[in-house]
Design a protein around this ligand. Structure first.
Ligand SMILES: C[S@@+](CC[C@H](N)C(=O)[O-])C[C@H]1O[C@@H](n2cnc3c(N)ncnc32)[C@H](O)[C@@H]1O
Length: 268
């Protein structure tokens, strides 16, 4: 297919990609036929998927609001994706107009589109880097600058760590990031769990093997373990809709069907 002019040269548009499949679930327009085909196959197996992605995005918003209300003005959003709507800087600035955000993603398409959207925003920066090369990520001038001021930073790892395999040692990556955070910093995390819908874990992980970033769903114990060295705020690690809902009715009778486990903690 013809490459749109905002897509970097060399991008393989015939292979589905996690950032663009997610964009499709959210109703965005930055996805291609291969992404839509994979998303449609996934939705046939698991019709709740678009609702899960919306629930994830709503958690991101509530977590950013909570952190901004707690005084945080610096955000490091790793695996930021394509900022379709409700991006971190937009939400944070409703409370902290001075909020700075560094967006990091490994996908050149997500990065190119983020740069286009944020080109006139002096307080937001976009970095193409891989969470799995964490030392390289931390050495990037934009990231080092955000962390180096000594002010608290919110590390956002929302729906990204499940794209890191066990062999790539996600716990060590999170610990390295934690140790680079100034005092008073926080972690907000969402991770696909094996337990909400155990029947879907196998087929869904199989589909993501088609992308450059296979999916590893994890147990509640493994996900809670990522908060080592952080003090979790109430209600702890819970399913997506259960984390500080704006309206108790929004939780619904089956929050586990949203499958993502989430939490927010401050560096202890
Ligand atoms: C499901 S999207 C989540 C986007 C956003 N955080 C949200 O929750 O709305 C996952 C994003 O993580 C990115 N990603 C996956 N593996 C990554 C890695 N190793 N380093 C950086 N980004 C990664 C993908 O490119 C994609 O944009």
């Amino acid at each position: 297919m013809k490459r749109p002019n905002w897509v970097p040269a060399g991008t393989d548009l015939d292979k589905p990609n996690a950032a663009r499949v997610y964009d499709y679930y959210l109703g965005g327009s930055h996805n291609f036929e291969a992404d839509r085909q994979m998303a449609r196959r996934a939705m046939e197996l698991w019709p709740d998927l678009p609702a899960i992605m919306r629930s994830n995005r709503a958690f991101l918003r509530r977590a950013v609001q909570f952190l901004a209300e707690r005084g945080i003005t610096r955000f490091l959003d790793i695996g930021s994706g394509i900022p379709t709507f409700g991006a971190v800087h937009e939400v944070a600035r409703t409370i902290r107009p001075e909020a700075r955000v560094v967006y990091v993603d490994r996908d050149p398409v997500a990065v190119a589109h983020s740069r286009l959207l944020l080109k006139d925003d002096p307080l937001s920066q976009v970095v193409e880097a891989d969470l799995r090369s964490v030392q390289d990520l931390l050495a990037r001038p934009e990231v080092a600058g955000l962390l180096g001021a000594g002010e608290p930073v919110a590390l956002m790892l929302v729906a990204v760590l499940h794209f890191v395999t066990d062999e790539e040692e996600p716990g060590k990556l999170v610990a390295t990031l934690r140790d680079a955070l100034p005092p008073g910093s926080a972690l907000a995390l969402c991770h696909a769990s094996t337990e909400g819908r155990p029947d879907q874990a196998g087929p869904h992980q199989d589909l993501y093997r088609l992308t450059p970033t296979p999916l590893t769903m994890r147990t509640p114990q493994q996900i809670t373990g990522f908060f080592d060295g952080f003090e979790l705020v109430e209600p702890g690690v819970v399913y997506l809709p259960e984390w500080r809902p704006e309206n108790p009715l929004a939780v619904g009778p089956h929050p586990e069907r949203m499958t993502g486990l989430v939490g927010v903690g401050f560096r202890s």
